[in-house]
Each structure stands twice: as structure tokens, then as C-alpha cells.
Design a protein around this ligand. Structure first.
Ligand SMILES: C[C@](O)(CO)[C@H](O)COP(=O)(O)OP(=O)(O)OC[C@H]1O[C@@H](n2ccc(N)nc2=O)[C@H](O)[C@@H]1O
Ligand SMILES: Nc1ncnc2c1ncn2[C@@H]1O[C@H](COP(=O)(O)OP(=O)(O)OP(=O)(O)O)[C@@H](O)[C@H]1O
Length: 323
């Protein structure tokens, strides 16, 4: 074990990492490792998790913000697992206190926990001075969960394998979203389980079906993107939570260019014509009482980045190297 160079007790590193929407999610049949092969297109959206890392003798986490009470603070927390993995990988003997400020819905299909883990990798790497290249952090991220590499990269990317193998995708312009959030989350493993029952072995991956979607992104055409949105897990999510049909219908009636369940759900994502239109869709969903909460966001946005490093009371500003 290499002892970490003792960080000043008053030093802190603040990192921001985005949530995601799967613009397209195509799922193949479960493989022998228990996972499904995916062909997906991720877009990072402007709901940001913030993680602050401070020196500590042990590994500990505190949580504030959106539904903080539903986030575990034991060693099952993905951010703590990320810190532990980085310490083991670099052979460093160091603790950390991670504070998570949540803005991405918990268990909402938008990879909030994964964003925390990605942010924790970047924050601990900076706090401990381990200085790993981003590609090495991405490899560690994949060991933590299928969705963890993407919030490190951000922007728009194609995911294959378990969803963890990423290739950047070209995207022009801004896309505006309204989200209907349901308080009661859905378990990702359960949604994949219901997917298995529904498809009963009859599925192909068909990533080539996303040609229109990729073309829409290259052209910066939200109308074409709206028509191309696709989620193979949507049926399974609706089976487990049939009331999700309501926000989908209300958003459609409010003129959304496309609507879908985000990832494994239960968050419903509606693509709008503009920021103003996203607010109109959000207001329609609130008025109809079809969401516990509504949010709006824009995408694509960058991946996990240091937004502030503080030594003592002096903030020394971001050290953004993520793009
Ligand atoms: C639905 C998505 O959000 C789409 O991006 C992701 O595939 C989910 O990624 P995640 O939450 O990071 O998932 P993991 O923590 O890797 O896996 C949780 C559980 O989901 C199922 N799972 C996940 C990914 C995958 N490609 N196939 C699966 O069957 C497995 O049952 C697994 O035990
Ligand atoms: N830092 C964390 N934030 C939120 N949940 C966490 C965290 N660490 C572990 N968890 C556990 O993971 C579960 C799923 O959390 P998360 O918010 O990442 O779901 P999700 O957005 O549906 O994930 P994904 O879209 O990647 O499938 C939670 O119910 C919680 O028990």
C-alpha cells in the first residue's frame, strides 16, 4: 500500500456529473453472465449530481437533495464503492468523506447513482493526486455498473456490450426535455426480468434500426429525433407500473415531439420543441396530476468534471479536463 500524500484537512474537490436519457435502447436476449447485450444511444442531460470529496480517515458518505432519504449510506452506495475501487486499483491508503447532492431522480432510470460513482472517481482521483487518465477511470467505472462509464464521458454516445462500451456520437444543437418523475422507483434488475418474460427469447438487437436517429442528431433535427426515440424496456416498465401510460399520453397531447420511458424507468421523458415548450409540457403533466414531480432539462451536456477545488477557504476554480 502506498500512503497518499497527506491532503490538507481543509481541502475539498467538487465534481458535477450528469444524468442521462437513452434516446434509443435496444435489448438482446439475456446471456449466460446474467446481462443483456444492448445497443443504446445515450444523451447526457442537465440534471447534475454534485459530489464533494474531503479528506477523512475512513470511507463515508452523506447525502442531501432530491429524495436523499432513499439513498443508502453504507458500503452499497455506488459512490463509496467507486472510492474503494480507486484506492484498491492505485494501491493508495486513503479515506474520503463524500457528500452527494442529488438532482437526478433516485431509481428513476436516469443513472443518478451511476453519475455519483463517476463523480466520485473523478473527485477522489483529484483529492488523492492519483492522476489517472480518463480512459483508465472509464475502465474502473465499467466494473461498478453498466451505466457508470457514460456519465464520465457525457455528451452523446453509443453504448454496446452491457451498455458500458462507449463510442462518441455526433450531435448538433440542443434538445429540450420535460420529465415526469414517479416517487416510487423501479428496480433495473426487475425490469430486465419482466422484459425476459415478455420477449420469451424472441428478439434481435437491430442497432441498424437507429440510422434515422443518428441522422436526426447529426442534422440537429428535434422533430426527426422525436419520431426515432425507442425503448425496448418500455413494455416491461409499463407492465410493472401501468400508470406510466398517463404521463406518456399527457405529454403527447401537449405536443411533445416524442415520448418514452427513460432507461428502465419509471421516469417519463418528453422531447419538446424549445425550452418554453418543455415548461408547457411539464405544466400540463402537473395540471393533469400524472407525475409526483416534473423537471425540465437540456442535452447534450459534458461528462463528470471538477468544478471547484478548495484549499482552506480559497476556491481555486475548476480544473476542467473532461472535454
Ligand atoms: C437500463 C440501463 O439504464 C440502460 O442504460 C442500464 O442497462 C442499467 O445499467 P445499471 O443500472 O448500471 O445496471 P447494472 O448495475 O450494471 O446491473 C443491474 C442489473 O440490471 C440487469 N442488466 C443490466 C445491464 C444489462 N446490460 N443487462 C442487464 O440484464 C442485470 O439484472 C443486473 O444485475
Ligand atoms: N449514490 C446512489 N444514489 C442513488 N441510489 C443509489 C446510490 N448508490 C446505491 N444506490 C442504490 O441503487 C438503486 C438505483 O439507483 P439509481 O438512482 O442509480 O437508479 P437508476 O437511475 O434507475 O439507475 P439506472 O438508470 O443506472 O438503471 C437505488 O434504489 C439505491 O438502492
Amino acid at each position: 500500500m502506498i500512503p497518499a500524500s497527506p491532503p490538507r484537512a481543509d481541502r475539498e474537490v467538487r465534481v458535477r456529473a450528469p444524468g442521462k436519457v437513452n434516446l434509443s435502447l435496444r435489448v438482446g436476449a439475456r446471456e449466460s453472465d446474467g446481462f443483456h447485450p444492448l445497443a443504446t444511444v445515450f444523451q447526457a442531460v442537465s440534471l447534475f449530481e454534485e459530489v464533494v470529496a474531503r479528506p477523512s480517515n475512513d470511507l463515508r458518505v452523506t447525502v442531501s437533495g432530491q429524495h436523499a432519504d432513499r439513498v443508502p449510506t453504507d458500503m452499497t452506495n455506488l459512490a463509496l464503492l467507486a472510492a474503494q475501487l480507486l484506492a484498491a486499483h492505485t494501491g493508495i491508503e486513503a479515506g474520503v468523506h463524500l457528500h452527494l447532492h442529488k438532482a437526478v431522480p433516485v431509481a428513476g432510470g436516469m443513472a443518478g447513482g451511476s453519475a455519483d460513482a463517476a463523480a466520485a472517481l473523478v473527485a477522489c482521483d483529484a483529492l488523492w493526486g492519483t492522476g489517472l487518465p480518463r480512459e483508465e477511470l472509464v475502465e474502473l467505472a465499467a466494473q461498478l455498473g453498466s451505466d457508470v462509464p457514460f456519465p464520465l464521458i457525457g455528451h452523446t454516445a453509443i453504448g454496446t456490450g452491457r451498455g458500458h462500451l462507449l463510442a462518441p456520437a455526433m450531435s448538433r444543437g440542443e434538445y429540450h426535455w420535460a420529465f415526469a418523475v414517479r416517487e416510487q422507483g423501479l428496480s433495473t434488475a426487475r425490469v430486465f426480468g419482466v422484459f425476459d418474460e415478455l420477449i420469451a427469447g424472441a428478439t434481435g438487437l437491430e442497432p441498424e434500426a437507429d440510422r434515422a436517429l443518428m441522422q436526426a442528431l447529426r442534422a440537429g433535427d428535434p422533430h426527426a429525433l422525436g419520431r426515432a426515440l425507442h425503448n425496448d424496456l418500455q413494455h416491461a416498465a409499463l407492465e410493472l407500473a401501468p400508470s406510466l401510460a398517463e404521463p406518456l399520453a399527457v405529454a403527447q397531447d401537449a405536443g411533445a415531439l416524442g415520448v418514452l420511458v427513460s432507461g428502465s424507468g419509471p421516469t417519463v421523458a418528453a422531447l419538446a420543441r424549445s425550452r418554453q415548450h418543455a415548461l408547457v409540457i411539464a405544466a400540463a403533466m402537473t395540471a393533469a396530476g400524472v407525475a409526483d414531480e416534473v423537471m425540465t432539462a437540456v442535452g447534450p451536456v459534458p461528462g463528470a468534471r471538477v468544478i471547484q477545488t478548495t484549499r482552506g477557504s480559497a476556491a481555486v476554480g475548476g480544473t476542467d479536463d473532461s472535454d
